[in-house]
Design a protein around this ligand. Sequence first.
Ligand SMILES: CC(C)(COP(=O)(O)OP(=O)(O)OC[C@H]1O[C@@H](n2cnc3c(N)ncnc32)[C@H](O)[C@@H]1OP(=O)(O)O)[C@@H](O)C(=O)NCCC(=O)NCCS
Length: 167
Amino acid sequence: MRLEKPSEKWQNEHLAYISEWGEGKLSPNRFRLEPDVSYNQFLDQLTHLESGQPGQIPTSNFFLVDDDRILGMVTIRHKLNDYLLNVDGHIGCSIRPSERRKGYATKILSEAMKITDELGIDDVLITCNEDNIGSAKAILNNGGIEAEPFEEEHGNVIRRFWIKRRQ
Ligand SMILES: CC(C)(COP(=O)(O)OP(=O)(O)OC[C@H]1O[C@@H](n2cnc3c(N)ncnc32)[C@H](O)[C@@H]1OP(=O)(O)O)[C@@H](O)C(=O)NCCC(=O)NCCS
């Protein structure tokens, strides 16, 4: 099991993941595919995002894969701004619906932490909605230390956790 950057060979699996996800908003949102954007254009967009465009925070995106199957998706933001500091944090991930409750969220965060280590991020912020028990547990499994929650304007409470760099 490993992280792999999206590439053409994963297009069909990516579509299968989205179809399994169903109607709800796909998370992380960087992995959404728009009908008027080709897969190659989508891949180009990810490359641009990673290189850091003016006014944008550089972002790396990976699939968690096992053999030829995508198990999960993760977005890693290289820096925080005010919004990310309160709401989204450095890392956002999801696990394919049919693959949940098998430890893969814990694994994808652990693999993502290797990337944040490489990026030199000393304190990694990971957040989740108050009612997202699976996500909170996966963060705690990776050594997350809970910080002050943040309440959004509409009353949604975000739990916030810091994980220290390991190297
Ligand atoms: C949240 C999510 C990532 C969890 O993925 P997962 O692969 O099922 O998580 P894991 O198998 O690593 O589970 C971690 C722990 O949480 C528990 N858990 C997972 N889902 C749970 C649920 N719905 N209710 C209660 N506990 C849950 C597991 O039993 C495990 O417990 P343990 O550490 O005591 O053994 C997945 O449900 C998902 O993709 N949800 C939609 C997107 C999302 O919410 N992303 C996170 C945004 S921050």
